[in-house]
Design a protein around this ligand. Structure first.
Ligand code: MN
Length: 504
């Protein structure tokens, strides 16, 4: 680790830490006095341990663990998690050891810090890094999910301060966040952290796409916001008329990266994304959710087959809600999510809600819900954490898309199941049309070979090559199909002639 060790006056540090403690103590209002005292002790010891260490940004190092702790306090996590968050970099980066800490803090806390340190010492080993990092995250998860919660918060804050790093490091950390941390947050149902990680990493991983995307989507989003604020009023009036109690009706814009993903993986235009802004109705009971659904279907025309009942059938990560898509009088199509307050909290914090602070009770985690964690860990043991396994896990986490690379190292984002020929068309129409062979990870491959996450793909072109009818069976992306069809339509006659010549 590289820190700046500027000489700073004792007073500067004192003032900084006092201000920081004020912010932190505001965020731990939900704890008992005893718990607050333990956190204050951890804070004080942490500030002393990190001393004058600085981050790349020039800030005192102790700002970082405090920020991580605040992120977790916003999720109302238990005291052990918050104390461990404050101390998470102490054993690794200061002279204070775990053993030193164990005289002041309970075993539970020490075990958490130990977990974070043990599963985070990473040496850069080129490609091995992802594999290593993934393996460690899953092992930590199996041990105590709180370790992973702290690591997610740690990553989130590091992304927030990424501007101060070298561009190559920015890219590596951001890509790893998109590939590993965000999908894990998603799998744990912590969509709030997932979307924050994604939106922070997005501009570093796809700078050009990000620029274009923000330009086009902000206009569309603000247009949609205006329309929806009127619809929200109508919905509220409708519910009041039928005297159905509700907690809140709000509009919520899709986050940038999730919208971007939807546009590229489903190859859609922005004006056909119905949940660009969704209306979210939060109420008190499950019964009321269904009542609200029926009121809405009386007020607006529902789009066929667009009702998704995640209350009866929760998503694998535990998410519950009813989704429906409706049409307003003026033709605006919009999505509505209906859920109870508990479901709403779970939708944002997922598994973390199980560790939310409850006085006098332990965590009430329903481990059955998260059996997949054990499944992957056991699979990993069986297969020895080979690289192939890691690829499969990554595929599994992001089952709808893969990342492949050009020989120059540019990352290309494609839907799962895409072939080398899809890739060729994605790079450029001309490369697609003249594609002759592919090289996947240096090995010669057919154009219809399916690509896996992390593949390095090169397309060998030939001047006299051109699309044929059977190419349609070699691709799976809409983009490639459209382009091949377009070509074939234009040259249909020549194609027919060629076929009849072959038959003779
Ligand atoms: Mn850290």
């Amino acid at each position: 680790m590289e820190y700046l060790f500027d000489t700073v006056s004792h007073e500067d540090r004192e003032i900084a830490s006092e201000q920081l403690w004020k912010i932190l103590s505001l965020n731990i209002d939900y704890l008992s006095q005893e718990d607050k005292d333990l956190i204050e002790l951890a804070f004080t010891e942490m500030v002393i341990a990190h001393g004058d260490q600085r981050r790349k940004s020039g800030e005192f190092y102790f700002v970082h663990p405090t920020a991580v702790c605040i992120i977790l306090a916003e999720m109302k996590l238990d005291t052990a998690t918050l104390v461990a968050a404050l101390l998470h970099d102490v054993p690794e980066d200061t002279d204070v050891t775990l053993k030193d800490l164990s005289s002041d803090f309970p075993r539970e806390v020490i075990q958490l810090i130990e977990g974070i340190t043990k599963y985070s010492t990473l040496k850069y080993r080129g490609e091995q890094r992802y594999a290593e990092n993934l393996r460690k995250l899953f092992l930590a998860m199996n041990k105590d999910i709180r370790i992973v919660l702290i690591k997610l918060a740690d990553r989130l804050h590091n992304l927030e301060t990424l501007t101060h790093l070298r561009p190559d490091k920015q890219y590596r950390i951001a890509l790893e966040s998109l590939e590993i941390y965000a999908p894990i947050a998603e799998r744990l149902g912590i969509s709030k952290i997932r979307s924050q990680i994604e939106d922070l990493a997005f501009p570093y991983v796809f700078p050009e796409h990000y620029q274009n995307f923000v330009k086009t989507s902000t206009i569309e989003i603000s247009k949609r916001k205006k329309i929806l604020s009127r619809i929200i009023k109508d919905v509220e009036n409708g519910l009041k008329k039928d005297t159905i109690p509700y907690y809140s009706v709000k509009g919520r814009a899709k986050t940038y990266y999730s919208l971007y993903r939807k546009l590229i993986t489903k190859e859609r235009k922005i004006d056909t994304v119905y949940d660009l802004i969704a209306i979210r109705i939060v109420t008190y009971t499950v019964e009321q959710c269904y009542e609200i659904l029926s009121v809405l279907h009386q007020l607006y025309d529902p789009l066929n087959n667009r009702v998704k009942d995640y209350i009866n059938e929760p998503k694998e990560n535990g998410y519950q809600s009813i989704h429906t898509t409706l049409t307003a009088v003026d033709g605006t199509i919009f999505e509505v999510q209906i859920r109870t307050r508990e479901m709403d909290e779970y939708a944002e914090y997922g598994v973390a809600t199980h560790w939310a602070y409850k006085q006098g009770t332990g965590p009430d985690i329903d481990t059955k819900k998260f059996r997949w964690i054990n499944d992957v860990v056991n699979l990993g043991k069986q297969w020895g954490w080979q690289k192939d396994y890691v690829r499969k896990i990554k595929m599994n986490l992001y089952s709808d898309r893969i990342f492949v690379m050009t020989p120059k190292g540019d990352v290309v984002d494609m839907q799962a199941g895409a072939t080398a020929l899809d890739f060729a068309y994605k790079i450029h129409e001309r490369i697609g049309e003249h594609a002759h062979l592919a090289k996947i990870n240096g090995r010669t491959a057919r154009l219809n070979e399916k690509l896996s996450n992390g593949d390095i793909v090169e397309i060998i072109t030939r001047k006299d090559q051109r699309p044929r009818l059977d190419w349609l069976t070699k691709v799976s992306t809409v983009n490639a199909i459209k382009k091949i069809r377009g070509f074939l339509n234009t040259f249909q006659k020549q194609e027919d002639e060629l076929n009849s010549q072959k038959k003779r």
